[in-house]
Design a binder for this molecule. Sequence first.
Ligand code: SF4
Ligand code: SF4
Length: 263
Amino acid sequence: MKTALRSWCDSHEIPLLGIASAQAWKEPLFHPWIPDAYHPDSIYPGTRSVIVIGLPIPLPSLESSPSIQYREIYRTVNALLDQYTYRITIWLNQAGYPSVPIPRDGYGGIEALVKNPESFFSHRHAAYLAGLGSFGLNNMLLTPDYGPRVRFGSVFTKAQIKPDPIRTDDLCTRCMECVDRCPVRAVSPDGYPEGLTNKTACAKYSAGLDKKAISPCGICIKVCPVGSDRTFYGREDIGIYREDAADNPLKKAWNHIRSHGAL
Ligand code: SF4
Ligand code: SF4
């Protein structure tokens, strides 16, 4: 089953795939742990495995953020994740394994997040339990290939699939860039899960950006030094995101993009 899933993902340009056992949600690894109502087996009783896929955000698409450029790529990746998890579900159903896709965003827009800054299921935690990365100070899942610049989608299935091992290494370098660069000081320096990001402050900031059609914010994602995508794109120097540097060669392009698309 896993080989067939890997093959399907390869043929659809899906680089990240991991499997978590539904049982993993029942065995807390840190505190606070995921509440029962958010467990796969609570949402879809009988779930045995959770299939998690990840699609990267190409780093340069994010660098002008907040901007229309990142907003559109973010939406495209979300739409693809929903399409792929739907198609994997139908494929599994046709093979005789009852399955259900979990929508990428389990909330009704940014205003809903301001009222309740949680979706009904956390794909980040699913990706963690599927062995795809470790949590960073920015509370995002950091992956070796893309750092936090990857979005995840999940399928709940009654198929019993061998789970992937949870990563035991810590990819976060504690560089504090995400803490220092957050415009509303929402990121705690205390690490995850001791220092939870102030999701309400983050959602309120994004709601303001949404009114200008340039949400989400994405700053704590673009400045993170983790991920081999930085080398691939020649962006090892995080200092380029300190935009007060007068000689930053990329600033002209970012300002051009930012001068378009916003309300
Ligand atoms: S997305 Fe922006 S506002 Fe939210 S935590 Fe990250 S840097 Fe802060
Ligand atoms: S920016 Fe630095 S401190 Fe923040 S998550 Fe990435 S590596 Fe960790």
